[in-house]
Ligand binder design. Structure first.
Ligand SMILES: C[S@@+](CC[C@H](N)C(=O)[O-])C[C@H]1O[C@@H](n2cnc3c(N)ncnc32)[C@H](O)[C@@H]1O
Length: 292
């Protein structure tokens, strides 16, 4: 990028072409999001200011963003933002970047008929998008959110403080149900909902992932043993002990895992019903199971 006078339109065209040459999948979109982020303008505003000159104070950091993007740093880690359920969440390398598919998990919970005041446990909260979105939509619900990663919990807490009613979500660190056991050694606490978007990628698939994911997102958020089921298997076995009568376990699963999940749930007599819910691409991506 030379030192000539750059306008917004030239910068976008140049950057999109440069990203394309470096195999970045959505070159124009990424150029717009990154420049918009730097100039504090929406993509629409960029279009309305196409002729606006961009000066050195912005060109220098923009070059730095371009360099990081062609090294495959995900755009959301460069902007520290990801929209989820129409809310802007803070994200960084400590957490998985929330995926649009996960919104369906939240929507399924919100559209299931329940009582007014539900107690909900989210395991593996990451950036906290699921727990926080549920708190925003259901301010009466009592929510506990956990993660094995203390650094992820710090991000989740930051997001909850920004968006959710104060103190509606309690955050606990630890491996799956361990923090619940530690909080309630008598084993009395029960949840109407247990929610989890667990890690579910096979370790053996590591080299098939795009570098954006493989080299930047936290491993603990992605991989679950050689068959991708290490965490889901434990959840299906352990959850019934923590559910109220009629309580529900809801999980996001990988798009080739539905049959394995059926086998796992069929082997657990505590579940009285379950369904696998398809996403917009007709893939079974959510399991909703109820105990009696
Ligand atoms: C796929 S990410 C989901 C993050 C977030 N809930 C979302 O939907 O964007 C899985 C999360 O589970 C956490 N995790 C992995 N293994 C865990 C375990 N054994 N116990 C608790 N959390 C775990 C990871 O740290 C990560 O934050």
């Amino acid at each position: 990028m030379s030192n000539k006078m750059w306008r917004v339109v030239d910068l976008l065209n140049w950057t999109a072409r440069y990203f394309e040459q470096h195999g970045i999948p959505n070159p124009r979109l990424d150029a717009e999001v990154l420049l918009g982020h730097l100039l504090e303008k929406s993509r629409l505003q960029l279009y309305l200011h196409f002729e606006m000159p961009v000066f050195q104070e912005h060109l220098t950091p923009f070059r730095e963003l371009i360099k990081k993007r062609i090294e495959h740093t995900p755009v959301s880690y460069l902007t520290n933002r990801k929209e989820f359920m129409s809310v802007d969440f803070y994200v960084d390398e400590r957490v998985l970047i929330p995926r649009p598919e996960t919104e369906q998990l939240v929507e399924t919970i919100l559209t299931t008929e329940t009582g007014d005041s539900q107690r909900l446990l989210e395991l593996g909260t990451g950036s906290g998008v699921i727990a926080t979105s549920l708190a925003v939509h259901q301010p009466e619900w009592d929510i506990i959110a956990t993660d094995i990663s203390e650094s992820a919990l710090a991000v989740a807490q930051k997001n909850a403080e920004t968006h959710a009613p104060a103190a509606q979500i309690r955050f606990l660190a630890g491996d799956l149900f361990e923090p619940i056991k530690a909080m309630d050694p008598g084993g009395e606490i029960r949840f109407d909902w247990i929610v989890c978007n667990p890690p579910y990628i096979k370790k053996t698939e590591w080299d098939t992932l795009s570098p954006d994911i493989r080299d930047y997102e936290p491993e603990i958020a992605l991989f679950a043993g050689d068959d991708g089921l290490a965490v889901i298997r434990r959840l299906i076995v352990e959850a019934p002990e923590y559910l109220t009568p009629n309580g529900k376990l809801i999980l996001e699963i990988g798009d080739a895992q539905a049959d394995a999940i059926r086998t796992l749930i069929d082997a657990e007599p505590a579940y009285c019903t379950y369904e696998l819910i398809k996403d917009y691409a007709e893939k079974e991506r959510i399991v909703l199971a109820s105990v009696s």
